[in-house]
Design a protein around this ligand. Structure first.
Ligand code: CA
Ligand code: CA
Length: 291
């Protein structure tokens, strides 16, 4: 038999454990967020903070910004950007693709300041629509230029930028006519393969960098936007045009969730089991629990 005192102690330990569990899930801030200003992309840092790129008015320069959501508390990290889109983190630096240039925002400095990392003139041709960013484990950045995405739907390219800031063309429509308006990118750790989704064709490709081989993985992703891959290998792709998110299964697009106005550049949470979906036109960041 337990004494009354002991029972009470055990019960408070149990309560404390429950409280810790619930505050840990809140600590990740993984609740849907409303009132965002045309959010395009999201990323969760190792410390749990969420960074969201906000285009604000599309085509208007200077009103774009990066929002940070820390334990559910929202604030503006940097302002004065144009139409910021893809985000990636290397070490303590946040990189942002913004129309024709790439910004670097050191996250270990306060107040935060965006500096131009790669200017428009450093590309072999001035980018028309820089879109997604990804990084490999060696610190190389990859960026997609979706070209004339809103017009002819082609003219895109993908570039690689080394940690020494050397920029090279990876692939474009001249090298392979299937490259139309590349949008979502995902590099593997060694930078040997790139997953690419094309906004115009809705096709998901695997690009073998050394062999320069572009292979179709699956199709039917509509106005394909973001790509992520869970640790177990499952790939998810968002469809901006049709407001849907798909899982890739046996080389097929299998619907995971629909009903968004425009499912933009998705991200995985640090725990690998939540999909973060910026619904650009709705101004909402949604959270989908994954298996
Ligand atoms: Ca803008
Ligand atoms: Ca995108």
């Amino acid at each position: 038999m337990l004494s009354g005192h002991r029972k009470q102690l055990i019960s408070s330990i149990f309560t404390a454990a429950l409280f810790t569990l619930s505050s840990q899930s809140q600590a990740h801030g993984l609740e849907p967020v409303n009132g965002l200003l045309t959010p395009e992309s999201v990323i969760q840092a190792a410390d749990g903070k969420l960074y969201v790129s906000e285009i604000n008015e599309f085509g208007k320069d200077g009103d774009g910004q990066i929002r940070v959501i820390d334990h559910g508390k929202s604030s503006i990290l940097v302002q004065g950007l144009d139409d910021p889109k893809g985000l990636t983190i290397i070490g303590t630096d946040l990189f942002v693709a913004d129309k024709s240039r790439i910004w670097r925002v050191p996250l270990n400095q306060a107040p935060s300041k965006a500096e131009v990392y790669i200017a428009a003139t450093e590309f072999p041709q001035v980018p028309q629509f820089l879109n997604d960013l990804t990084a490999d484990a060696n610190g190389n950045l990859y960026v997609s230029d979706s070209g004339d995405i809103m017009g002819t739907g082609k003219g895109g390219a993908i570039y690689k930028i080394t940690p020494q800031r050397k920029l090279t063309l990876v692939i474009d429509g001249k090298a392979d006519p299937r490259v139309l308006a590349p949008n979502g990118l995902l590099a593997d750790a060694k930078g040997e393969h790139l997953l690419i989704v094309d906004f115009t064709s809705g096709v998901l490709y695997n690009y073998e960098v050394a062999g320069k081989r572009l292979q179709e993985v699956a199709s039917g992703f509509g106005g394909a936007d973001g790509i992520v891959r869970q640790a177990n290998g499952t790939i998810y792709v968002s469809d901006w045009k049709n407001g849907k998110v798909y899982r890739v299964e046996n080389s097929k697009a299998v619907l995971l969730k629909d009903g968004y106005q425009s499912a933009a550049d998705i991200a995985l949470s640090q725990d690998d089991h939540h999909l973060l979906v910026p619904d650009m036109k709705a101004g909402v960041l949604d959270v989908i629990r994954l298996k």
